[in-house]
Design a protein around this ligand. Structure first.
Ligand code: DAH
Length: 343
């Protein structure tokens, strides 16, 4: 009988040596010997009955000693394996603080959004508030109230997407001027950015593009105020040293109307490819709000006057960032978009 105890003791020692690399396998091994029902040591206890009575006490004692010895062995083993696992984890999670960082990629805003934000920044610095209109407009707000009635030849300047005889996709953010003047008494100083739509499609035109309308209505507003604000705008966007020049033009909703040029920021005015040798680049339309438009909105044109301007955001961005095809702004090609990070 003592031989069997010695064998089990040896089996445990061998098992620990050979089959207990992890805590899970050590647990399985322990079960083979110490499980109360199926374990080898438990089995010995069941054999008590077949032992001669005078040997029973000694046998029981020996089995108990073996059991305690085995339990102790497995506790030690478990602790050893626990420590080893912890060590391995420390090793695998070790951070080498001398390694160069992996680097995190950050995105950037779309150039149109960047340009829009820059324009809002410049004009809010001059006291403008932002008003966002709607993309679907009525014929009245987009044209008629802006002194462009149904048979007016100026309607041909913009190829309109009509949704019905009354509703259309706005062709200009100028429509917002009317909403603001109808709902607000002067002094008014608003900026209205947004998408506009025209049936137009080539390298510099897209059927959807973005404009930024400006409107100021107050007592004694003149072209000088307009010129001062636009000079400030071009200096902030195209750099100190740039200035504007106003040329006579025509828009139904402004009188007088002007086309605004910026002095060429590429060549400083000497003449280059960008300004086609003229030293000036056309950037926007503007003017003094037509008296009829003020009257349409219930504002007395004898008491108040206004200035308005409409900036094309794509055009402003294309000039600033040297983009030669408007499509690049709508294609979402990250190789292009990543190059422009100005905010
Ligand atoms: N709405 C004009 C366009 O889309 C641009 C414009 C011209 C806006 C003169 C104005 C303005 O406010 O005064 O072509």
């Amino acid at each position: 009988m003592n031989d069997r105890l010695t064998t089990i003791r040896q089996e445990i020692l061998d098992g620990i040596e050979q089959h207990a690399g992890t805590r899970a396998s050590a647990f399985e091994l322990r079960k083979q010997f110490l499980d109360s029902k199926t374990g080898k040591i438990g089995q010995l206890m069941k054999e008590m009955k077949s032992i001669a009575p005078e040997e029973r006490a000694g046998f029981g004692k020996s089995v108990n000693e073996l059991k305690e010895w085995a339990q102790q062995k497995f506790v030690e083993l478990d602790e050893k394996l626990k420590a080893r696992e912890l060590e391995r984890r420390y090793e695998s999670e070790k951070i080498d603080v001398t390694m160069p960082e992996k680097g995190t990629e950050t995105g950037n805003l779309h150039p149109i959004t960047q340009m829009r934000n820059q324009l809002i920044d410049v004009f809010s610095g001059m006291g403008f508030e932002v008003y966002e209109g709607t993309e679907i407009e009525t014929d009245y707000y987009n044209f008629t109230a802006l002194n462009t009635p149904k048979d007016h030849p100026a309607r041909d300047m913009q190829d309109t997407f009509y949704l019905s005889p009354e509703f259309l996709l706005r062709t200009q953010t100028s429509a917002g001027q009317i909403h603001v003047m109808e709902s607000k008494k002067p002094p008014i100083k608003i900026l209205s950015p947004g998408k506009v739509f025209r049936s137009d499609d080539d390298a510099t035109h897209s059927p959807m593009f973005t404009q930024m309308e400006g409107l100021v209505v107050d007592k004694k507003i003149t072209l000088c105020d307009l010129k001062g604000m636009l000079d400030m705008f071009v200096r902030k966007i195209y750099g100190e040293g740039t200035t504007t020049r106003l040329r006579p033009s025509y828009f139904p909703f402004t009188e007088p109307s002007v086309e605004v040029d910026v002095s060429c920021f590429e060549c400083g005015g000497r003449g280059c490819k960008l300004c086609k040798g003229t030293g000036w680049i056309e950037i926007l339309g503007a003017g003094i709000v037509n008296r009829k438009v003020l009257a349409n909105c219930g504002i007395d044109p004898d008491e108040y006057s206004g200035l308005a301007f409409g900036i094309g955001i794509e055009r402003t961005a294309m000039l600033k960032y040297g983009i030669n095809n408007i499509k690049l702004l709508f294609e979402s090609d990250l190789r292009v978009l990543r190059q422009i990070n100005d905010n």
